[in-house]
Design a protein around this ligand. Structure first.
Ligand code: ASP
Length: 405
């Protein structure tokens, strides 16, 4: 049985198990079986996270040193950047169209809830800080941070690889040999970990469903339908169309190749943790060359988040609708621009997009505590938007790879 089918079975069994094991999460006591599920799921995610730094460094180093010229690198970088920006802007446009037509928040009576922004706000929201932090002061610190500082790490590895090409060939050979060996070993470990995915997904879903309270979905049903509808439209229509236009190949065959990674992204709500699987699927199932995948995917997992960008636009306009605030055209434009910025700045971890929304709310003078309105259902939305994020990175790698041999 193919791995993706095993993961789907794990997912369904997880939902059923979670439903059977439902308990009142607010009461505070978790049944032992849920503790077991939690431990199993956490070990799987920790295994994946453990692989991210060595895999990204070795793979990116090899990718860059295999690109024959600096022009080649520049062309690849430019294509990647253009794809990231265009696909995210399309995603925001899709989301804003859906929410402005459906208007899920108009007339809804929802309370702000008790959301303490400061408690969650760990990431910096200062644009200058977001840009300057790309240059790390200490690459080892970038690797050791939790989650790792991916932009800093990518920046350092990129410089290291580019300048490794300028030193004596014998040194380059030594470093390349070492990096290649690390990469080969990492791939073997990913091969092993990926086989645990079906069980891990069962644990993840089981715990999630058992803890959730179906009542919270009632009030937010229209919001959920709008954001999920827009995400699915982007997933199944916009991105496949872009893939088809640029590669002339069947996007759904490609989706089959990437399905294990996308299902894991959906269950874990973390594109950073899924990265080793995404890289494995793209290189070994979809046969996209390492020199493209090693650059487009790690960078994409950090800065290219179509799902997050789309969700930001929908959620902020929904909040304005609930609060009865009529947004001007200029305010909608501000949301359009800041949603892109926020999706670039958000980390690939669960709920990152939710907390970063403060930047947009403040930009259009809405109260940041209003996040409390949508907080309760964020995990469900997060799962779908993370799947979209990983799918968009994969499509980006395939499009950028076209014409590169
Ligand atoms: N969970 C998302 C991801 O990992 C980020 C977000 O919260 O939107 O890609």
């Amino acid at each position: 049985m193919p791995l993706w089918a095993q993961i789907v079975i794990g997912l369904i069994l997880g939902i059923v198990a979670g439903w059977v094991l439902r308990f009142d999460a607010l009461a505070g006591v978790r049944p032992p079986i849920i503790e077991f599920f939690d431990a199993g799921a956490t070990i799987f995610l920790r295994l994946l996270k453990m692989l991210v730094v060595p895999l990204v460094v070795s793979s990116l180093f090899m990718g860059i040193t295999n690109i024959s010229s600096m022009q080649g690198l520049g062309r690849l970088g430019t294509k990647t950047g253009i794809y990231y920006i265009c696909s995210s802007l399309f995603a925001i446009a899709v989301g804003m169209t859906f929410v402005n037509i459906i208007k899920p928040g108009v007339g809804a009576s929802l309370s702000l809830g008790e959301f303490n922004v400061n408690k969650f706000m760990k990431a910096s929201t200062d644009p200058v800080d977001l840009i300057t932090r790309i240059v790390p002061t200490n690459p080892l610190e970038s690797m050791a941070a939790s989650p790792p500082d991916m932009l800093g790490l990518i920046f350092f590895t990129l410089m290291f690889a580019v300048f490794a090409l300028q030193v004596d060939k014998k040194h380059l050979k030594t470093i390349s040999g070492f990096m290649e060996a690390v990469f080969e070993v990492m791939v073997k470990i990913v091969d092993f970990v990926i086989r645990l995915a079906p069980v891990a997904v069962l644990f993840l879903m089981g715990k999630l469903v058992a803890e959730s309270d179906p009542k919270i979905f009632g009030d937010l049903l229209w919001y959920l339908a709008t954001v999920t509808g827009a995400l699915l439209f982007h997933f199944f229509v916009v991105l496949p169309l872009a893939y088809f236009i640029f590669t002339k190949k069947n996007p759904y065959v490609f989706l089959g190749h990437m399905s294990s990674a996308i299902l894991t992204a959906f269950s874990s709500a973390s594109s950073a943790a899924t990265l080793p699987l995404t890289m494995e699927c793209i290189e070994y199932n979809a046969k996209i060359p390492n020199k493209v995948a090693s650059m487009v995917l790690p960078l994409g997992a950090t800065v290219n988040m179509d799902g997050t960008a789309l969700y930001e636009g929908v959620a902020v306009i929904f909040i304005a609708q609930v609060l009865g605030v009529d947004l001007s055209f200029f305010q909608q434009l501000t949301i359009f621009g800041t949603a892109l910025m926020v999706s670039i700045g958000a980390a690939g971890i669960p709920h990152a997009g939710l907390v970063m929304m403060v930047i947009i709310l403040e930009a259009v003078n809405l109260p940041s505590e209003a996040i409390g309105i949508i907080f309760a259902v964020d995990r469900v939305v997060d799962m779908t938007r993370t799947a979209v994020n990983v799918w968009s990175d994969s499509i980006g790698a395939a499009i950028v790879a076209e014409g590169e041999s």
